[in-house]
Write a protein that binds this ligand. Structure first.
Ligand code: B3K
Ligand code: ZN
Length: 898
């Protein structure tokens, strides 16, 4: 079937084990950019656990079939077609040798084998291996691989594949070869090869049990000075997995390779992780604090996959969260430990806050639209569309809930049992849940609903204090509110929600907690209530005074909590809650409520005003020296425009922008001298340090600068920003200053300072693609004005010589930044943003369907917008639906329009 035909829906319920198994694979590559010949010799046998099939059906895409042989003899009954190879009447077990040809130079999809910057790379997850050779390209077929690579020695001096290097040597005609063997059985999606002109930073370390390991970070020669942080992150990851989970590196060598053309962040191929350069390369001049943190997180994530994903893999792609949700949870815990160790709760909370912010802004939005799906989806058209916030981030929250229920030790026991039972297997989310349940002696049948129900649960809370009886009752009700239709279909009943709660007294301290029926109050002042019914009341006794509840501490479940706090109560929680996450949360609730009221007024043209109590609450945080700078920065940052728009009955990006800008201006003017003080006090003179403390200072200082630029007279801020830009010895400060200059100049339709800095930035970093990506992104996300709408800037930049639609990082830096990160400009009332979006989705579809499909998603919530915008969005979606060819984009736009 061609890609243009009606898409096939793949259903979880239709899973059947493969009719054949492949035990060993020997691959030989003759690497030539336009014509790579692949010889693939496999040991195949019938699967005793499957129904007998007449034919062996292998998957294959974009391959030129050359020949087939069985047990060394040519086999005539092999029929190649557009999507694979059919072999009739094969024996019960046999050796199958297939030869085929592919064209890596012409492969712009960046899936399968492709050329980037003159070097060869692969990307096989989810279904890219079938673009390299014919195969049973599904994760429950696991084989051991040996790989021989042959190529021109001058053009491709380095030849890498999974596992251990067996031998290498020269061949006639200036060619050479290398032979690799991966001793571990693996599914084909974990295969990788790399060939080209690369150099490595190397380090030898001893693993926990004393074995020596070779670690390498491979990059293009001019990037070698940007590899130290990735190497350190790898070493920290290895240590962390040994200490926290008792999991050791199982290969003698572990390689990371950076490539600049890559569809996503990175890929966990066994022993040969391939990374987007964005998540490897860093030095203080080129990378921001956020980049440094992201590199640590992604290096950790891919390394942790070695156990959660590779040693134990997924039975089918519906189980994707088995590896992704679990591995995101592991990388979040790793980053939290790196920031705050096991005990510094305030430092750990900054990571938690950042993760929850992403979840609420992106995953909750996904749940509210046409792509809503359970953590374990029931069906898909194109699996690459299901590498989603739900599978990754909500999946991580689901794993976190086991740890919240059983504690760190109970969670570890569950993990140990999971590996004891399933090492070397391809398994399901149910297998994971059973391991956690059995290791902790619990029945977790109800918990399964977290995997099968889509939508964001809502928990409403009612409280009642009985002063005479000293009883305080908390009644929780769960449901889904007005969930998106896609979510409603899957709902089956109440969830087991671990609901962490504390009670706060008049002095701001936690009260002791004693539930009805307990002999005495426990030591802990946070309790995890197991909330399992649609409505349930928990009663605390011996409560001497009416408390203020601190609800869902540390965000103990991925739900929306509804409770009618007054503004004073929120300000009190912001000042006193012992749970740092909820302290932040109180400020966000306060701000969100205020901003939504203001957005409603802005939408109807009513003048805006802000209550002094809100300003006072923010002033207290700004000047509270007992709080860490990192926390203050998070608490003082208003909820994003995208998040706020999503909370409105009808999203109105212009009104949200007006409201948010109004509050920023008001806070800037009212607290001018405090912002200035903070700006001065949190400078980080001297050599750049990438520590959490130093980055906290920079974050708070740069936030202060951005507020100062909102002053009615921004001259001083512009002066400070220009000086900071010129003096900066690191990218965090330089890019923050540039962003402030750009936004300050928007109000005046452009300024000399901003233009000068922009030109200087380009000249300085012309040879650093990742920094030039920032240059594009800063301009695409800048504020616009009536005289100078940002769409004009973006259209002009599309013709800049450095723009390149084929490079996903560059496309993301300009197009995605504008369409997904500049809502007020993208949703311009004249529909210009939507027309631009449609053109770009169509153009990308012809080059790289996976990237196009990501961009396509930026209009999926169109039905939730104000009527004035809806028609333009629908028209753009219809245009795309009529023109695109790929299954990837069709699935997205057809679901959006359905
Ligand atoms: N497992 C890969 C993602 C593959 C995406 C395929 N479209 C990276 C990761 O999650 O670690
Ligand atoms: Zn992953």
């Amino acid at each position: 079937m061609a890609d243009t035909a009606t898409p096939n829906v793949i259903r979880r319920a239709d899973y059947a084990p493969p009719a054949f198994l492949i035990d060993t694979v020997a691959l030989e590559f003759d690497l030539v950019p336009e014509r790579t010949v692949v010889r693939n010799t496999m040991r195949v046998r019938r699967n005793p656990e499957a129904a007998r099939a007449a034919h062996l059906e292998l998957m294959g895409e974009q391959l030129e079939f050359v020949s087939a042989a069985i047990d060394g003899k040519p086999f005539a009954n092999a029929h190649a077609h557009d999507h694979g190879l059919l072999l009739d009447n094969v024996p019960d077990q046999f050796e199958l040798t297939l030869t085929s040809i592919c064209n890596p130079a012409a492969n712009t999809t960046l899936s399968g084998l492709y050329v980037s910057g003159g070097n060869f790379f692969t990307q096989c997850e989810a279904e890219g291996f079938r673009r390299i050779t014919y195969f049973l390209d599904r994760p429950d077929v696991m084989a051991t691989f040996t790989v021989t690579l042959r190529a021109s020695k001058a053009d491709y001096p380095v030849l890498l594949s999974n596992g251990n290097l067996l031998e290498e040597g020269d061949l006639p005609d200036g060619r050479h070869f290398a032979r690799w063997e991966d001793p571990f059985r693996k599914p084909s999606y974990l295969f990788a090869l790399v060939a080209g002109k690369l150099v490595a930073l190397e380090e030898r370390v001893k693993s926990g049990s004393g074995k020596e390991k070779l670690l390498q970070v491979w990059v293009e020669p001019h990037d070698l000075d940007k590899t130290r942080h990735a190497m350190d992150s790898l070493i920290h990851s290895i240590r962390w997995d040994e200490e926290r989970f008792g999991l050791e590196l199982d290969l003698d060598r572990f390689m990371i390779v950076a490539v600049s053309d890559f569809n996503m962040g990175a890929m966990e191929n066994k022993g040969l992780n391939i990374f987007n350069t964005k998540y490897v390369l860093a030095n203080p001049e080129t990378a921001t604090d956020t980049d440094f943190a992201n590199i640590e997180a992604v290096v950790g994530h891919e390394y942790f996959h070695n156990w959660t994903g590779n040693r134990v893999t997924c039975r089918d792609w519906f189980q994707l969260s088995l590896k992704e949700g679990l591995t995101v949870f592991r990388d979040q815990e790793f980053s939290a430990d790196m920031a705050g160790g096991a005990t510094d709760e305030a430092a750990r909370a900054t990571k938690r806050i950042e993760d929850v912010r992403v979840l609420r802004q992106m995953q909750f939005a996904e749940d509210a639209g046409p792509m809503a799906h359970p953590v374990r989806p029931e069906s898909y058209v194109e699996i690459n569309n299901f590498y989603t916030m739900t599978v990754y981030e909500k999946g991580s929250e689901v794993v976190r809930m086991y740890q919240t229920l059983f504690g760190r030790d109970g969670f570890r026991k569950g993990m140990d049992l999971y590996f004891r039972r399933h090492d070397g297997q391809a398994v399901t989310c149910d297998d994971f849940r059973h391991a956690l349940a059995d290791a902790n002696g619990r029945d977790l049948a109800q918990f399964e609903r977290w995997y099968s129900q889509a939508g964001t649960p809502r928990v409403s809370v009612r409280t009642q204090y009985d002063a005479a009886q000293q009883r305080y009752s908390v009644t929780l009700t769960q449901g889904y509110g007005e969930a998106a239709p896609a979510a409603r279909e899957t709902q089956k009943g109440p969830l087991l929600i671990p609901f962490a709660i504390g009670l706060i007294g008049k002095d701001g301290r936690d009260l002791p907690l004693q539930l009805e029926g307990e002999a005495q109050a426990g030591k802990a002042t946070t309790r995890v209530l197991e909330f399992t019914q649609t409505e349930q009341t928990f009663t605390f006794v011996n409560v001497a005074q009416e408390p203020l509840p601190s609800l869902l501490r540390n965000f103990s479940a991925p739900v929306i909590v509804e409770y009618d706090y007054s503004a004073q109560q929120l300000a009190f929680l912001l000042a006193h809650d012992s749970d740092p996450f909820n302290r932040w949360e109180a400020g966000q609730r306060l701000a969100t409520r205020e901003l939504l009221t203001l957005a409603g007024r802005a939408a109807t043209g009513v003048p805006l005003q802000l209550d002094d109590s809100v300003v006072a609450a923010f002033a207290r945080v700004l000047t509270d020296e007992t709080l860490s700078p990192a926390f203050r920065e998070l608490a003082l940052m208003l909820p994003s425009e995208a998040y706020l728009a999503e909370q409105m009955a009808e999203s109105n990006p212009a009104a949200v922008h007006a409201a948010r800008q109004f509050v920023r201006k008001r806070l800037a003017n009212a607290l001018r001298s405090d912002w200035l003080n903070v700006y001065e006090q949190h400078r980080t003179p001297g050599a750049y340090e990438a520590t959490p403390e130093a980055s906290g200072h920079r974050a708070l200082k740069n936030l202060a600068l951005s507020y100062l630029a909102e002053l009615d007279d921004p001259a001083e801020a512009v002066r400070l920003a220009s000086a900071q830009y010129d003096a900066a010895n690191n990218m965090t400060d330089r890019s923050a200053a540039l962003s402030v200059l750009l936004n300050a100049s928007a109000a005046n339709g452009g300024s000399a300072e901003a233009q000068q800095a922009l030109d200087d930035f380009y000249r300085r970093f012309e040879k650093e693609p990742l920094v030039i990506d920032k240059w594009f992104a800063l301009q695409a996300t800048q504020r616009g004005s009536a005289q100078r709408p940002v769409i004009d800037v973006v259209r002009r930049l599309m013709t800049h010589p450095a723009f390149n639609l084929k490079n996903p990082n560059r496309a993301r830096s300009l197009i995605f930044s504008f369409c997904a990160a500049n809502p007020a400009q993208f949703h311009a009332e004249d529909g210009s943003g939507y027309a631009f979006w449609a053109d770009q989705v169509i153009a990308l579809d012809a080059i790289n369907p996976q990237v196009a499909a990501r961009l396509a998603r930026s209009l999926e919530l169109w039905r939730r917008f104000t009527p004035a915008l809806r028609d333009g969005m629908r028209a753009a979606l219809e245009k795309v639906a009529a023109q695109v060819k790929s299954r990837d984009v069709r699935e997205i736009v057809e679901k959006a329009l359905a």
